[in-house]
Design a binder for this molecule. Structure first.
Ligand code: ATP
Ligand code: MG
Length: 575
């Protein structure tokens, strides 16, 4: 057995991964030399939508296991449905798997490349009396299939002669019949308890152009007739898929056994479900098509392109996938666990800056007019190597509206009339006056004094303040639009028990703050750059930014609900 290759996050200080049943199966197969020491997996998306976080679990597992055991992992498009598939999806999927950090080398495959082989195998099955051309319509096929409690009925065409089947199938291929007129079906067992084995359709007539094979075919193989044989052609050892395919496995096995070809081993695992999130390409497509979001890469979408735009990192996603592991039973993971991994990753690596989302003007009355002090600020207290920068301090500043209360409640320690607070990396200031809009009564400006002796944040006389707030210099600040996101759905289990899942959409999933003020160093930030805005969260520059008009997405807020949950759990268990 080749030595397992260490991935970056295994080689580092990450704890050793807990094993799981799929890894155990592979270890056992290696021990018994079942595949001559080979481990060969694949990630097999259907290019009918963008990849989502659920797919990331499958990608990390397939590529991760291959890496771990010195094996290989293919990227294969299961592109059997020309009506729903598009080149746009193929390209986005390629980009997303790369972004996650995985490499299929020269093994990018398409099921459509196997159409000739699949056609030959269909003829082989007809000749063996195991497949027949059926003239029933789609509705009739469904009706004849029966139900879970009733056996199916045999098609009147089930016992056509081999010669007639060969002739009709060839004529199907030659385009002699309209869409839906006939199908090729496997002759398995109409009485089987497993509905998938009741003479499933292998080929349908579809006069449609395929994104790769063009107009070469007007009959297309069904997914179930294609998937297993594609794995066989690629000599996959472990065909890892989600639980809903467990009932299809007997059919995949049947095709492979009838054809007498190489037999991969299918292993099913539970799909990833996340609270407040839908992971179904069909439903995500509805959100895009009906304009509930601004496209597949809307930062609220659980698609990889959406969360990338929002500022999530591939490292965070991989760490999350490692942590959730793999199981045989379906469960729902808290979205806060994913957010926890995002924060943990960003905390270590991104620069901290000051930004004020809802500005309140502060005039420092005793600060000299026209003077600018350059204050030293630490870029990341977690990483001294990230160095320091300067931020300008002047007579007129902005602070967060929320950091001032005219009439502060009991536990409120921030600025209030007569109270002193620390400005981060600045001076102590004390509020001496409040200016209100005469019409609305709204506080529009504060007057303060500063203590020059507190530069850098401490008073030489040792007096304390209870709070530190962030600020920017009004004359130096740059304007920005900031997009704040909440979960796309307002219910933990969106769509459950309702006819139309869009009723669970969160009307407050996007809040646009158009007048934010940022420290001047951010003028050079480029799309994709990430920052922590002190006290507010992690933010990422959106591609909608234009020169002089940056747009930021909030990736995730700072409050780590997961850390709290975890702490509570630990305390409860006495750990
Ligand atoms: P959807 O139900 O969202 O349309 P799908 O399963 O039809 O997804 P595919 O393109 O066929 O989409 O998926 C490619 C691979 O990703 C399959 O092996 C599938 O089992 C796996 N996969 C899809 N969704 C999830 C999920 N939520 N968790 C884990 N794996 C998933
Ligand atoms: Mg699928």
């Amino acid at each position: 057995m080749p030595a397992p290759e260490l991935t970056d996050n295994q080689a580092g200080d990450a704890p050793v991964k807990a094993s799981h049943f799929i890894r155990d199966i592979i270890l056992e197969d290696l021990r018994t030399n079942k595949y001559g020491g080979r481990v060969h997996t694949r990630f097999p998306p259907e290019p009918n939508g963008y990849l989502h976080i659920g797919h990331a679990k499958s990608i990390c597992m397939n590529f991760g296991l291959a890496q771990e055991f010195g094996g290989k992992c293919n990227l294969r498009f299961d592109d059997t449905n020309p009506c729903k598939e598009e080149v746009e999806y193929v390209e986005s999927i390629i980009q997303d798997v790369r972004w996650l950090g995985f490499d299929w080398e020269d093994r990018l495959f398409y099921a459509s490349d196997y159409f000739d082989q699949l056609y030959e195998w269909a003829i082989q099955l007809i000749k063996a009396g195991k497949a027949y051309v059926c003239d029933l319509s789609a509705d009739q096929v469904r009706e004849y299939r029966g139900t879970l409690t009733e056996p199916g009925r045999e098609s009147p065409h089930r016992n056509r002669s081999i010669a007639e089947n060969l002739d009709l199938f060839e004529r199907m291929r030659n385009g002699e019949f309209p869409d839906g007129a006939r199908t090729l079906r496997a002759k398995v067992d109409m009485a089987s308890a497993n509905l998938n084995l009741r003479d499933p359709v292998m080929y349908r007539i579809l006069h449609a152009s395929h994104h790769r094979s063009g107009d070469k075919w007007c009959i297309y193989p069904m997914y179930d007739y294609t998937h297993g044989q594609s794995d066989s052609i690629e000599r996959i050892t472990h065909s890892i898929c989600t639980l809903e395919f467990e009932d299809h496995r007997p059919l995949y096995d049947w095709y492979i056994e009838q054809l007498g070809i190489y037999h991969p081993q299918q292993i099913e695992f539970a799909r990833l479900n996340l609270t407040y999130t839908l992971l179904s390409k069909r439903k995500l497509l509805t959100l895009v098509q009906d304009g509930h979001v601004r496209g597949w890469n809307d930062p609220r979408m659980p698609t990889l392109s959406g969360i990338r735009r929002r500022g999530y990192t591939p490292e965070a996603l991989r760490a999350f996938c490692d942590r959730i592991g793999v199981a045989k039973t379906n469960s729902i993971i808290e979205i806060s666990l994913l957010e926890h991994f995002v924060r943990e990753d960003l905390n270590k690596r991104v620069q901290r800056v000051m930004a004020v989302l809802r500005p309140l003007r502060v005039v420092v009355d005793n600060f000299p007019e026209g003077q600018v002090d350059q204050m030293e600020a630490v870029n990341n207290p977690e990483d001294a190597a990230m160095g320091v920068r300067t931020v300008p301090f002047s007579k007129t500043l902005y602070i967060e509206q929320d950091d001032f209360r005219e009439d502060p409640p009991k536990q409120y320690f921030r600025l209030a009339p007569g109270r002193e607070v620390r400005l981060r990396y600045g001076y102590f200031i004390k509020c001496t006056g409040v200016v209100k809009d005469p019409q609305t009564g709204e506080v529009v400006e504060l007057h303060c004094t500063y203590d020059p002796a507190t530069r850098g944040g401490n008073a030489p006389d040792g007096r304390k303040v209870k709070s530190t707030i962030h600020w920017v210099s009004a004359a130096h600040a740059i304007d920005a639009e900031v997009r704040l996101y909440d979960t796309l759905f307002s219910r933990e289990n969106p769509g459950e028990g309702v006819e139309d899942f869009t009723v669970d959409l969160n009307p407050k999933s996007l809040e646009v703050v158009s007048q934010a003020k940022l420290e001047p160093g951010l003028a050079s930030a480029a799309p994709g750059d990430r920052f922590q805005f002190e006290r507010l969260g992690y933010f990422c520059v959106d591609p909608d930014s234009a020169p002089g008009k940056p747009v930021f997405n909030r990736t995730v807020a700072l409050r780590d609900t997961w850390a709290k949950i975890e702490k509570a759990q630990k305390e409860k268990s006495g750990a």
